[in-house]
Design a protein around this ligand. Structure first.
Ligand code: ADP
Length: 496
């Protein structure tokens, strides 16, 4: 199904390119208004592309296309949907290097991290190609001898998707792949900071032969009018959102008020607990590897590092050594571990939290400042930072940071530490270092978070359920659970 010779090289970001189309009903269109907006490289401030500034009318066009396509797409065979997703996986894999380069240009993360993300993104295409053929029903007994029950699982309908800028390719495939596998059609609005990555994903779906209207892309500088349409239009049957808790709460509220299904993957405030029996050096190396991924701009990034008193020195000195060696810079440079933050507001938020913590007695053992000298002056950089002596009266203890700051908190009472970790409105990811089996089980069971890494700083995969509790969201992505979010259960009662 891959059209021979039809693959342009996406993401040739060395040349400034004009991208003036959205993907609606199988063709690349301008916004109805003809308006566009610019996309910039967060490391250099340079313009790298121009995309349509869509509005409510464009979103309505896309929903109409998705609605019209639903009847035929939802009745294709699971095998043919699987074939399409396999083809998309293959093409994304072939294109991984150019996609990674595009991502580093548009989002800023180091090239190595972009490559890892493209691989992760492609994994969802393959996993849900496999899962497509495993959607089954049930044949159930009745209390009545002359009755049988048949349970059928069918696609929910048109899905509206809103995705963030921090993982600008994998957050798309994590939603699109299970939706398409289930037989849903979709309209997706990517974050305004990263529409070029979204476009590159849709180019892949176009080239593998996705029927017109099945997958639609609407880009916009102002997301509000599109969000309004997504959550109120009766043809949309589900909202799938990843982003901040404030926006997710609002959109989920409106969508649920209109009785649409919702899955929302929101913010986090992950605890990272080093128990007395753990190896503090190993734990500190894990913390350093995890904390600075994507410059800390991840909802599963650890925001509170609880280290038992007796391990303070070993843990902190190892972390000081690691953090001091993290190279900050343009993600295209060799050896860079931390790239730019997404924009000036992100830098200001991090700086505000760090300054607040220092004013209340925390100590910046490494970093603790913006980077404004040349070559950082053109982008949005904050120094990799280690804060010691963090306490619960500091903002950073409660607010999501989304930046390269590791806040260390010393604790003495082992019996209390799970309560401290749970004392947050968020519930996405938590991490534990222990060598004691019982402690591991107690922590796994006792932490009120959707994902718990036990001596493991990478507890994510296409085959594993990802999602949070409390203010971190509703629903799961990835795994068998991920496709269930796009399926309705229908009961048939048969009288014999
Ligand atoms: P962040 O603060 O990390 O950028 P947001 O929640 O603001 O997180 O953004 C996540 C996604 O939600 C982006 O695609 C953004 O455009 C979109 N978004 C933000 N506000 C709205 C809104 N009112 N309606 C619809 N989408 C929105």
């Amino acid at each position: 199904m891959i059209l021979p010779g039809a693959a342009p090289v996406p993401g040739n970001v060395l040349l400034r390119r004009i991208v003036d189309h959205m993907f609606i009903d199988g063709s690349w269109d301008e916004a109805r208004s003809g308006k566009t907006f610019e996309v910039t490289d967060p490391a250099t401030g340079e313009a790298i592309g121009t995309v349509p500034d869509g509005s409510a009318e464009d979103a309505l066009d896309a929903i109409a296309a998705a609605d019209a396509a639903f009847g035929s797409w939802s009745t294709t065979t699971a095998q043919s949907r699987a074939d399409l997703l396999y083809a998309a996986w293959q093409l994304m894999t072939e294109r991984s290097e150019s996609l990674a380069r595009l991502m580093t240009s548009e989002q800023g993360k180091p090239l190595k991290a972009s490559r890892a993300e493209v691989k992760y993104a492609a994994d969802f295409l393959r996993f849900y190609a496999e899962e497509a053929t495993r959607v089954t029903g049930e044949w159930l007994p009745s209390a009545r001898a002359d009755q049988r029950f048949l349970v059928l699982r069918q696609p929910v309908g048109v899905v509206a998707m809103v995705t963030p800028w921090n993982y600008p390719i994998s957050m798309l495939t994590r939603k699109m792949a299970p939706a398409l596998a289930a037989g849903c059609t979709l309209v997706l609005k990517p974050a305004e900071a990263t529409p070029l990555c979204a476009r590159a994903v849709f180019e892949i779906f176009e080239e593998v032969g996705t029927p017109a209207g099945v997958a639609n892309l609407v880009t916009a500088l102002d997301p509000k009018p599109i969000g309004e349409v997504f959550t109120t239009d009766p043809r949309v049957r589900k909202l799938a959102f990843t982003g901040s808790t404030a926006v997710g709460r609002h959109l989920a509220g409106v969508a649920a008020g209109n009785l649409k299904r919702v899955s929302v993957e929101l913010g986090g405030h992950a605890p990272f607990i080093v128990f007395p029996d753990a190896d503090p050096v190993r734990a500190a190396k894990g913390a350093a590897a995890l904390k600075f991924l994507n410059a800390g701009q991840a909802c599963i990034s650890p925001n509170r590092l609880y280290v038992s008193e007796q391990h303070q020195d070993a843990f902190v000195s190892t972390l000081v050594d690691r953090v001091s060696k993290v190279k900050t810079g343009n993600g295209f440079e060799d050896g860079v571990g931390v790239g730019p933050l997404v924009n000036e507001a992100a830098v200001a938020k991090v700086a505000g939290q760090v300054d607040d913590a220092i004013s209340l007695g925390a100590e910046a053992l490494v970093g603790g400042r913006r980077l404004t000298d040349e070559p950082f002056d053109r982008g949005h950089f904050y120094a990799p930072t280690l804060l010691a002596g963090v306490r619960d009266d500091m903002r950073i203890y409660r607010e999501e940071t989304f930046g390269p700051v590791a806040p260390v908190i010393s604790y003495g009472d082992v019996d209390e530490v799970l309560n401290l970790a749970n004392d947050t409105n968020y519930g996405l990811a938590a991490y534990v270092y222990t060598n004691d089996f019982s402690t591991a089980i107690r922590a796994f069971e006792g932490l009120r978070f959707g994902i718990v890494g036990i001596n493991d700083v990478n507890p994510t995969a296409a085959s594993a359920p990802f999602g949070g509790m409390k203010d971190s969201g509703i629903g799961r992505e990835g795994s068998h659970d991920g496709i269930a979010e796009y399926l309705e259960t229908k009961l048939g009662g048969f009288a014999l």
